[in-house]
Design a protein around this ligand. Structure first.
Ligand code: FPP
Length: 243
C-alpha cells in the first residue's frame, strides 16, 4: 500500500524490514563454519521477533534467502534450508502463542516439498493472528517478484479479466507477493554494507534506511530497540516539503 502524504514521525515504525547480513563473516572471524553464523543469526531472529510488540512494531519482514543465494556452496545452501525447516518446526508453537501471523514471500517452486509444506502449514496455523505480522522472504528477489507479478498481470489481461487501461500502481501491488501488507517504514541492514540487494524493490521507495555496522549474529534486541527509537526522530516527507 503506497503512502504518499506528508508525515513527520513521532512514533515507532509500523513495518520494519531487515537484511540480516554478516553471518558468514561473524563465523569466519571466529574460525567457525559459516553455518555457525547462520545458527547464531536464527537466535537473533527469535529475540527481535519477541521484542516487536512492546516496541510498537506490528510488521516485521526478514530477508532469509535471496534468489542469488543459490550461488553459495551447496553445503551452505542446504545448511540454511535445514535451519529454516528447524526454525519453523521449533518456533511454530511460540509464534502461535505470541499471536504472530507468519507469511512467506518469494518463489517457492524451487524449494523442497518438505519446506514448502512446513511454510504452508505455518501460514495456515497463524492465519487468524494479528499481534505481529511476520513475513519471511525465502528465494526472494525484488526483480523476480516484479517479473512474476507482471506475468500474472499479462495472463489476466490475456484472459480478459483485466483491462490494460485499468492497470495502475494499486493493481501491481495486488499481484506482488506482499499484497495486503503495508510498505516498510524502515529498512535495516546489518554488517556495515551499504546495499539493498533487491529487497522489497517496489515496496521500499519511500522507506527510511538504516545501515548498522554490526554483524547480524551480534545484533541484539537492545540495538534493534535503539534503531526503532531513532526512526521516531526522522522526518518523512514522501516527496513533499516540510509543513
Ligand atoms: C546473510 O549473511 C544472511 C543470510 C544469507 C541468511 C540469513 C538467515 C538467517 C539469519 C537464518 C535463519 C533465518 C530465519 C528467518 C529463522 P551472509 O552469510 O551473507 O554474511 P557475510 O556477508 O558475512 O558472508
Amino acid at each position: 500500500m503506497s503512502n504518499a502524504s506528508l508525515q513527520t514521525t513521532t512514533s515507532a515504525p509500523r513495518h520494519v524490514a531487515i537484511i540480516m547480513d554478516g553471518n558468514g563473516r561473524w563465523a569466519e572471524s571466529r574460525g567457525l563454519p559459516r553455518i555457525a553464523g547462520h545458527r547464531r543469526g536464527a537466535d537473533r531472529v527469535r529475540e527481535v521477533v519477541e521484542s516487536c510488540p512492546e516496541l510498537g512494531v506490528t510488521h516485521l519482514t526478514l530477508f532469509a534467502f535471496s534468489t542469488e543465494n543459490w550461488k553459495r556452496p551447496e553445503q551452505e545452501v542446504q545448511g540454511l534450508f535445514r535451519l529454516l525447516r528447524r526454525y519453523i518446526r521449533q518456533e511454530s508453537a511460540r509464534l502461535v502463542a505470541e499471536g504472530a501471523r507468519v507469511r512467506f514471500i518469494g518463489e517457492r517452486s524451487r524449494l523442497s516439498r518438505e519446506l514448502q509444506a512446513l511454510m504452508a502449514g505455518l501460514e495456515e496455523q497463524t492465519a487468524d493472528n494479528d499481534r505481529l505480522h511476520l513475513t519471511v522472504a525465502i528465494n526472494y528477489g525484488g526483480r523476480d517478484e516484479i517479473t512474476r507479478a507482471t506475468r500474472r498481470i499479462a495472463a489476466a489481461v490475456k484472459a480478459g479479466e483485466l483491462a490494460v487501461e485499468d492497470i495502475g500502481p494499486d493493481t501491481i501491488e495486488r499481484y506482488l507477493d506482499t499484497a495486503g501488507l503495508p510498505d516498510p517504514d524502515l529498512v535495516l541492514r546489518t554488517s556495515g554494507e551499504y546495499r539493498v540487494s533487491g529487497f522489497l524493490t517496489w515496496q521500499s521507495v519511500y522507506s527510511e534506511y538504516s545501515f548498522v555496522d554490526v554483524r547480524w549474529p551480534d545484533f541484539t534486541a537492545d540495538m534493534f530497540a535503539a534503531e526503532v527509537r531513532g526512526f521516531g526522530r526522522r522526518e518523512r516527507r514522501f516527496g513533499a516539503v516540510a509543513g
